[in-house]
Write a protein that binds this ligand. Structure first.
Ligand SMILES: [Fe+2]
Length: 200
């Protein structure tokens, strides 16, 4: 069902749907049309994630997968209204429940597309936390896929330095301090260390 609608919307042939690069580019167009900030966030998180993965010395193929997963980490938010997205820091319990569905929902969106299989775990678990306090599965430590641990740090950093989000709007120095204090609690210490090294 989803494959057909994506094909129709993007005007693609079935062979082209086999390319992760093409799928990602087309979905990013939908993300940009829906919400410009969500689009720039996706690009930024991918840039940070690639820097982290490179600093950690991961194989090139894994860095590529992390890049695509990061670009699409919030693809499940396509099904969350912009009204709700605009009030994220102030969501009530019911709204927060809806919002939290986007992580597993993004993975579900891609599960019938063969070329997306390797990036699904990093999307589905990008809100898991090192201490088990995340969602959707309360995974902890190394049980969280490495790509998801990388994206989690990049995602958090970009969110809190975003000047359009008054609720957070921290300086880069404040954001680095927060990452340090959350290292080993919310985030993989090795990932935090690599990220801070990339910031110089
Ligand atoms: Fe997310």
């Amino acid at each position: 069902m989803y494959m057909v609608s994506l094909k129709q919307a993007a005007g693609l042939g079935m062979e082209e749907l086999d390319s992760l690069d093409t799928i990602t580019a087309e979905l990013l167009k939908f993300i940009q049309l829906k919400n410009q900030r969500l689009y720039t966030h996706s690009i930024q998180v991918a840039n940070y994630s690639v820097s982290i993965a490179t600093k950690m010395g991961l194989p090139k193929s894994e860095i590529e997968q992390i890049k695509y997963a990061a670009l699409l980490h919030d693809v499940g938010l396509l099904f969350v209204s912009n009204t709700l997205l605009a009030k994220i820091p102030y969501l009530n319990r019911a709204e927060r429940g809806l919002y939290k569905r986007h992580a597993a929902g993004g993975g579900n969106m891609l599960e019938n597309i063969p070329c997306c299989q390797d990036i699904i775990p990093s999307i589905r678990y990008h809100h898991e936390r090192w201490d088990g306090s995340g969602f959707p599965k309360h995974l902890r430590g190394a049980n969280i896929p490495l790509g998801a641990r990388v994206i989690a740090v990049a995602d958090y950093y970009d969110m809190i330095i975003n000047p359009s989000t008054e609720f957070w709007a921290k300086t880069k120095q404040q954001a680095v301090r927060e990452l340090f204090s959350a290292s080993g609690l919310l985030f993989d210490p090795e990932v935090v260390k690599a990220f801070i090294e990339t910031l110089g």
